[in-house]
Write a protein that binds this ligand. Structure first.
Ligand code: GRF
Length: 199
């Protein structure tokens, strides 16, 4: 699989660690970023995983995605995990990996899609929030949900302390969701990801 990221890459590291421990039967063959300065690229190189920046500046979405697809095809990636990747993917890109693109979002979707979801939830005053791993479609945080984990909001929380506790759950949820998808039979019924009994 390949990981697309734009920032620090802690979810990428959680996935890499889970693959290394054999908990997720996959290998990360490439890390791509739209931002050359993304710390996650450096983390990947330290682990010996090929990492490449493909900046989007000056390119149309189509041109940028064509470069991404070329890099993904070169390494024969079968799955794509978005881990803090800040760009929306087009329907054409999504169609190149049908139901094989995952994302993690730091809120309980469909609540609080988009940027700064932890702060959105905190400002709204919800008492429970969490994180969501979902299949990616061409919408913003709209694809079928694979797994969610909850986090209680405490009276004394700030957006920062809440984000930190959500992140701990993200690092559990992302490898677990991927493990389920790779090891259990499943299908999508309407919007629902349904895991089937093992026969
Ligand atoms: C995470 O909160 C993730 O849910 C969101 O972006 C953040 C990325 O963090 N999509 P990291 O780069 O994985 O540390």
């Amino acid at each position: 699989m390949a990981v697309l990221l734009s920032g620090r890459g802690s979810n990428f590291l959680a996935l890499a660690a889970a693959c290394g421990r054999g908990e997720v039967p996959a290998e990360i063959v490439l890390v791509l970023s739209n931002r050359a300065e993304a710390p996650g690229l450096q983390r990947a190189r330290e682990l010996g995983i090929p990492a490449q920046a493909i900046p989007s500046r000056g390119l149309s979405r189509e041109e940028h995605e064509a470069l991404l697809l070329q890099a993904l095809r070169q390494v024969q990636a079968e799955w794509v995990c978005l881990a803090g990747y800040t760009r929306l993917l087009s329907a054409q890109f999504v169609a190149a990996f049908p139901r094989r693109i995952l994302n993690i979002h730091p809120a309980l979707l469909p609540a609080f899609p988009g940027l700064d979801a932890q702060r959105q939830a905190w400002e709204y005053g919800v008492k429970v929030t969490g994180c969501t791993v979902h299949l990616v479609d061409e919408g913003c945080d709209t694809g079928p949900i694979v797994l969610q984990r909850t986090v209680e909001v405490r009276e004394e929380d700030t957006p920062e302390t809440l984000s930190a506790r959500i992140l701990e759950q993200e690092h559990i949820a992302y490898p677990q969701a991927l493990r389920w998808l790779l090891t259990r039979p499943w299908r999508v019924e309407g919007r629902r990801v349904v895991f089937l009994p093992v026969t």
